[in-house]
Design a protein around this ligand. Structure first.
Ligand code: C2E
Ligand code: MG
Ligand code: MG
Length: 751
């Protein structure tokens, strides 16, 4: 706007004006260079006056005026053309220079016209006076609009034109012409205010135009850059607005998306699915999806507008659909193996059972319930990665073996199930046999050594074993339990008696719970002596639990310890044993130690064991030096730091820890290193066979030797005969336990 302030003629520019941006100033300037016709007309009018003067007076000055008029007009036209040319190149150097050049031309031509008219009035020729007055007032009036872009300049031009005319009127006519002079002053004043108003209008218009253009540019940018495809159809159903995303989304050339297309043409030529024409032409809000050949999914939503037109928005929903499919997949599949999960298996089973009445007579739905044998050992000893690899391998084998239409699922942990809808019992048995064969034995998991595994399978079948999905699965589970109880690595078909066994197991669990709630009523501890083989003296007694069941009589530990371990009852049961053993031993007059068996399940779970032992010792008054615990190797297999920290806490408190049943299971030397055991108990099975089998004798010798070297006492378990005693003595065992020295007997039998 600086070019406007170059000419501070009447008043200083208002703050509003100076605030106008350079862009608006440039646009205002451009208005001066657009209308050449008005310029030519005003030039021609001046020429007419000069020619008329020449015709009336023959004055050579009139000729000079004409020539000057033509030259100035030509110069100004050339200037305008040059400005336009430079505009076409897109680079305009300096707006000030252009403004200045235009103003110089304007000032010259205004002055020429004003001065020319002044002389015309002095001629006192009525025709010339009238003509010159008409031309000069008309031209001044035209200027007020034409040059309103530069208001002070336009006002200056008006003054330059009209002031000489006013002077001419004052000097050249009679006194009545003075009215004309006065009127010309009014005219100047009026034109100045018109210029100002015109300028304001022009400026307002420019600002509004620019604001509109900015808005349009923003709208255009938003349309182009939005991730959605947008189409607007007018009231005639023709494409009126469309953004560039539509072509990309629909995989068509941009030229195919032409404005003016009807909804039908748009559906056929642009959309991947022409049937969506119906959606575009209906007068309701609606959405539809279209699948593209490249796997993408587009969603189109259609919104009618009040003016009869409509908007269609096209969106790529492929990622959303994929995520939904993933969520659905995850909700119905096991993440590790990719097999169906329990919920999918159950819905499949329910559907198969519902369809069963429509199938031919004799058809059935079979459920195979599988459990991997030895999985826990693999997981505990080789780590979870190996366990996972084994589960995946099993899942693959199951999928391979299962028939088409069978549902294979992982129910959790190492439990799997197969549902065979509509197959025969023979087919189910055949599958079970194949699975037992293929899943049993060594498996290659890509580890250094092969892993031994096996599978036990329970089979239940509808309609024979029930038509309810949950009951059928539970019965297959009972059959599985029976298969495991029968020695694992086999399948069993559900039999009605198994229901009874399961009920009996549940009843036994409830009875044990009740017994524990009643302070261990019915539970008994028997004690078996452990003797020093050199002297024959009893050095300790092992506490061995029995349960005097009200209906079943005296039950050995094998009948209820596994049940207690499975159900978690081992924790209160173990506590009862510790407390009872302490109370009993505190009364023994020979003051020997008591050894208590601690289950691996109890050691991992019961974090308070050291406190329980301490409390039991304190309550009974038994010195800690007379208290020992026995754990089996499997307690260490989990590699759980909590187990070791509990053992260390107990050892620090002065409790002796013996490794029970060594020689069975893993018999890993790693475990002997993991914890400084006070005793190693050699399993009774070796001792029993050692007198007949050289290999068993060698094992006893090796273990006794190991104990001597590690300075750990070895206890030979299960000594029944003198021969066995002689052997274990000879092989170097320090302590012994077995029927030869005494059977487990009630506490009351010990003095
Ligand atoms: P264990 O700790 O190895 O106990 C030795 C088992 O061998 C006892 O069986 C004992 O009666 C038996 N035995 C001892 N000498 C001879 C012998 O000369 N010949 C034969 N054939 N057997 C002999 P029991 O009492 O049936 O206990 C079996 C297992 O039950 C125990 O093996 C122990 O692991 C577990 N157990 C017993 N009481 C408890 C307890 O209070 N808590 C826990 N967690 N487990 C217990
Ligand atoms: Mg024991
Ligand atoms: Mg033992």
């Amino acid at each position: 706007m600086s070019d406007l302030s170059l000419w501070p003629i009447f008043r200083r520019p208002s703050p509003a004006r100076t605030a106008v941006s350079d862009e608006v100033a440039a646009a205002l300037l451009a208005t001066l260079f657009t209308r050449t016709a008005s310029l030519v007309l005003s030039g021609a009018a001046g020429l007419v006056v000069s020619i008329a003067v020449f015709a009336r007076t023959g004055s050579p000055w009139a000729v000079a005026w004409s020539v000057a008029d033509v030259i100035v007009l030509a110069g100004r036209l050339i200037l305008i053309r040059s400005f336009q040319r430079e505009g076409e190149t897109g680079i305009r150097k300096d707006d000030r220079l252009w403004a200045r050049a235009y103003m110089i031309g304007g000032i010259i031509s205004s002055t020429m016209l004003g001065v020319g008219c002044f002389f015309c009035l002095l001629l006192q020729d009525q025709t010339i006076s009238l003509l010159s007055l008409t031309v000069v007032t008309g031209t001044a009036g035209g200027l007020s609009s034409r040059n309103a872009a530069l208001p002070r300049f336009a006002t200056l031009q008006i003054i330059l034109m009209l002031l000489p005319v006013a002077a001419g009127a004052a000097l050249g006519g009679d006194r009545w012409y003075l009215f004309l002079t006065a009127e010309i002053f009014f005219y100047i004043w009026a034109l100045a205010s018109i210029v100002d108003r015109n300028h304001r209008h022009l400026e307002g218009l420019m600002l509004a135009e620019r604001a509109n253009a900015a808005l349009a540019a923003r709208f255009d940018a938003a349309l182009t850059n939005m991730p959605l495809g947008l189409c607007m159809f007018d009231a005639d159903g023709r494409l009126a607005v469309v953004n560039g995303r539509v072509a990309g989304l629909c995989n068509v050339a941009p030229e195919a998306v032409r404005l003016g297309l009807t909804a039908r043409e748009f559906a056929r030529e642009v959309l991947p699915d022409a049937t969506h024409e119906a959606l575009l032409t209906c007068r309701d809000v609606g959405t539809g999806e279209m699948a593209l050949a490249d796997g993408r999914t587009l969603q189109m939503s259609h919104h009618p507008m009040d003016d009869g037109g409509s908007i269609a928005i096209i969106e790529d929903v492929s990622e959303r659909r994929r995520a939904e499919a993933r969520v659905l997949y995850m909700a119905r599949h096991d993440p590790l193996t990719g097999l169906s999960n329990r919920s999918r298996l159950m819905s499949g089973l329910v559907a198969s059972l519902a369809a069963l009445p429509d199938r031919p007579a004799g058809a059935g739905v079979t459920v195979l319930y599988l459990d991997l044998d030895g999985f826990k050992t693999v997981n505990d000893s080789l780590g979870h990665a190996a366990g996972d690899a084994l589960l995946k391998l099993m899942a693959d084998r199951l999928t391979e073996a299962a028939g088409e239409g069978d549902i294979v699922a992982r129910l959790g942990g190492d439990e799997f199930a197969v549902v065979q809808p509509g197959g025969t019992l023979e087919a189910a048995v055949d599958l079970a046999q194949r699975l037992v064969m293929s899943l049993g034995g060594p498996q290659d998991l890509g580890l250094e050594r092969e892993v031994r595994s096996g599978v036990s399978i329970g089979i239940a079948r509808a309609p024979d074993h029930g038509m309810d999905a949950d009951a059928l699965l539970a019965r297959a589970d009972m059959a599985l339990y029976a298969a495991k109880a029968a020695g694992k690595g086999r399948y069993r078909l559900f039999e009605p008696e198994m229901d009874i066994q399961a009920i009996a197991r549940r009843a036994l669990e409830q009875d044990l719970r009740d017994a524990l709630l009643a302070d261990g009523a019915g539970l008994l501890l028997h004690y078996q002596p452990i003797v020093d083989l050199a002297t024959g003296r009893v050095v300790a007694r092992e506490a061995l639990i029995r349960w005097d069941h009200p209906l079943l009589g005296l039950l050995p530990p094998v009948r209820f310890i596994p049940l207690a371990e499975d159900t978690g009852l081992i924790v209160p049961l173990g506590q009862w044993v510790v407390e009872q053993a302490c109370r009993d031993a505190a009364r023994w007059t020979d003051r020997v130690s008591v050894a208590v068996n601690i289950s691996p399940a109890q050691l991992g779970v019961d974090r308070d064991l050291p406190q329980i032992v301490a409390a039991a010792l304190a309550a009974s008054g038994l010195p800690v030096a007379r208290f020992e615990i026995e754990i089996t190797e499997s307690a260490l297999l989990r590699d759980d730091p909590r187990t070791l920290s509990q053992l260390h806490l107990l050892a620090t408190a002065g409790v002796a820890v013996a490794l029970d049943d060594f020689g069975t299971g893993f018999s890993s030397l790693v475990h002997l290193r993991a914890f400084p055991f006070d005793k190693i108990k050699i399993d009774g099975s070796f001792v029993r066979d050692a007198t007949e089998r050289a290999d068993c004798a060698a094992i006893v010798r090796a273990l006794a030797d190991l104990g001597t070297r590690l300075a750990v006492a070895t206890v030979a378990e299960g000594i029944e005969t003198e021969a066995q005693l002689a052997l274990v003595r000879r092989e170097g065992c320090r302590l012994g336990q077995g029927w030869l020295f005494g059977r487990p007997e009630p506490a009351s039998a010990i003095l």
